[in-house]
Design a protein around this ligand. Structure first.
Ligand code: ASP
Ligand code: MG
Length: 431
């Protein structure tokens, strides 16, 4: 059976018009077998994060915030359906699960609570989409992905249990495709073997689509986005960016590793393993192929720029001015791992070790405390990490304008630099 996997992100279902557009796309594929993975509507995940925060702060605002989310979904449903009553009933039934959580004292494990509450965003959007797709007359069914994707209990960053997930896909998803053409399900969420809901990390719906593609042996995977494909830079930052029509898996892995936000970094590996082509394509122009990511080998690329904002440099030295030696480094690294600080760049000199990490102040504080008296640490915040793949001297010169370069590393095909933007600069020209 030939199955395709489609993923629609939050931007594609941000309003009624978005749902209608998704419906139009799916209608074109009505006779094909499609697993449709959908994210929460628009900014719903952020709004649900606020509910979790309020619940744990016990500030009395959590229920009100949840009602705001309920109301925005109800007005969308009312706009989308001629007879919205049943869909609204389903919505309220799903939200009851969150109300129960809010009725209780906050759970001692914040991340556990987070997953129980935030996961509802995808449940709601997928229920609405499933009802809408059915109303269009497409042979389809809603699926609770938590019956399929099993994970460990690392809440907010759950790891997939591949064997169980693969077995579930064979036993629970494939038979559904004997009955209907489209299966509508949630991105981002999974379940532990004890039936607690987990999430796969922010923006994890791409990863869900890749997991399903892998387990279903999909013929192709398609991420429908609000951009024409994979671009040479962020169009919100640069005036002139171009679309890359073709990309190798390797290049895509490198780009996402360095922080390109176009695809979730965990997405590529599973589909590369099975050589499944990935299309990153515009939902506003469904006839365009967008960018095709596949096993291309000898492609040449124009310069591609990836900017990671909000970085911090941590300068670590020993208090007794002794060299930072291997045993120090091994301790520093195990603490970086323990406090989940991702190392984006690093450098060591005789008496200091500097590392560029995402600026997450509470984790950095804990890390600094754990380093203890043996070390001194100075933090340099408000920095950017710029990565340029396939650079040339012109682009390099351009990117350095109005910036203080704190760190720079040049490899044959990649330049990385940690920079501070100097005041009153405008970033304009580009590749
Ligand atoms: N809704 C989740 C988020 O906004 C997952 C996703 O969009 O991929 O992070
Ligand atoms: Mg999203």
């Amino acid at each position: 059976m030939l199955i395709k996997v489609f993923k629609f992100g939050g931007a594609s279902v941000r309003d009624a018009e978005g749902f209608r557009n998704v419906g139009t796309i799916l209608k074109k594929f009505a006779e094909e077998k499609i697993a449709v993975v959908v994210s929460a509507m628009g900014k719903t995940t952020n709004a649900l994060e606020e509910v979790v925060k309020s619940h744990h702060a016990r500030d009395g605002k959590a229920s009100g915030l949840l009602d705001g989310i309920r109301n925005s979904h109800i007005s969308l449903i009312s706009e989308l359906f001629a007879e919205p009553a049943d869909v609204i009933d389903d919505l309220n039934e799903t939200l009851v699960q969150v109300e129960w959580v809010l009725d209780e004292e906050p759970h001692e494990d914040y991340d556990y609570s987070y997953d129980q509450i935030v996961s509802v965003g995808e449940l709601l959007s997928s229920q609405i989409l499933a009802a809408y797709v059915k109303s269009l007359g497409i042979s389809s069914k809603w699926l609770d992905i938590r019956d399929v994707i099993l994970t460990d209990n690392t809440y907010r960053d759950a790891r997939i249990q591949w064997e169980a997930t693969q077995k579930n896909t064979k036993e629970k998803v494939l038979p559904l495709f004997e009955e209907v053409n489209h299966i509508i399900t949630q991105g981002f969420i999974g379940s532990t073997s004890e039936n607690f809901t987990t999430t796969l990390g922010r923006e994890g719906s791409d990863y869900t689509a890749a997991i399903l593609s892998y387990c279903l042996d999909a013929s192709s995977m398609h991420i429908w986005k609000d951009v024409p494909g994979v671009l040479t830079g962020d169009p919100r930052v640069f005036d002139e960016v171009i679309k890359l029509p073709r990309l190798s898996y390797k290049e895509a892995i490198e780009m996402t590793y360095y922080g390109a936000k176009v695809i979730h970094p965990k997405t590529i590996k599973p589909i590369q393993n099975k050589q499944i082509p990935l299309y990153v394509r515009p939902f506003l122009d469904p006839s365009s192929e967008g960018t095709v990511i596949s096993d291309e080998k000898e492609l040449s690329y124009p310069p591609v720029i990836v900017i990671e904002p909000d970085q911090a440099l941590l300068h670590i030295s020993t208090n007794d001015f002794s060299f930072v030696a291997e045993h120090h480094l091994s301790m520093i690294f195990s603490l970086l791992a323990k406090y989940r600080l991702k190392v984006n760049m690093m450098r060591n000199t005789a008496i200091s070790f500097s590392v560029c990490v995402n600026n997450i102040p509470d984790r950095i504080k804990k890390f600094e405390t754990a380093l203890g008296h043996e070390f001194k640490m100075v933090t340099d915040p408000d920095l950017e990490l710029i990565t340029i793949r396939h650079y040339n001297e012109d682009v390099l010169k351009d990117m350095k304008k109005n910036k203080l370069i704190l760190f720079e590393e040049k490899l044959s095909d990649t330049v990385q630099m940690v920079v501070r933007n100097l005041p009153k600069m405008k970033r304009k020209e580009m590749v």
